[in-house]
Design a protein around this ligand. Structure first.
Ligand code: SME
Length: 162
């Protein structure tokens, strides 16, 4: 059942369209990468149901380093290719994990997390980090969430574009 928190949304696609518009409005006129990542994480965390962590890891060399987020304190450094975040970053494609316990190499930051969605952030052809969402519910994220969060990541990337 769809249980997003935007009151007028009839389904997930509509929910993400509304959230995308809210995010664009929230970030409008500001280009600071950290400030906009912080507001993006906060908007996602407080708008999506059943999400216990939402935030950014930003690429530094061959590692993803913890960026702005909402949720419990998290591991700071994730090598490319490791965990769900490092896998999405290395593949440069979104990864939806319905059961984190079945994902080899999953990095458990909050033991409550059961499923995860990671979207890579690509700016001008270069990987700059990932957007990571965790849920305490198994199978929380589907293809509509993947597409919707890719749209939100695109809004963030456009807001900080040089
Ligand atoms: N589970 C992630 C690590 C980051 S936390 O979920 C915030 C992973 O396996 O990469």
């Amino acid at each position: 059942m769809f249980t997003g928190t935007l009151p007028l949304a009839a389904n997930k696609t509509e929910f993400y369209q509304e959230l995308r518009a809210q995010l664009a409005s929230l970030l409008k006129g500001e280009r600071d990468a950290i400030a906009n990542a912080a507001n993006t994480a906060a908007l996602i965390y407080h708008s999506l149901s059943d999400v216990n962590w939402a935030g950014f890891y930003l690429l530094q060399g061959r590692e993803l380093v913890l960026g702005p987020f909402q949720g419990k304190p998290a591991c700071v450094r994730i090598p490319l290719g490791k965990g769900v975040c490092g896998t999405a970053a290395e593949r440069r494609e979104s990864v939806v994990v319905p059961d984190v316990n079945a994902f080899p190499g999953h990095i458990a930051c909050d033991t409550a997390s059961r499923s995860e969605l990671v979207v890579p952030l690509i700016a001008n052809g270069a990987l700059i980090g990932v957007l990571d969402l965790d849920s305490p519910l198994p199978g929380r994220f589907d293809e509509a969430d993947r597409a919707g969060c890719e749209d939100l990541a695109a809004v963030y990337l456009a807001s900080v574009k040089e």
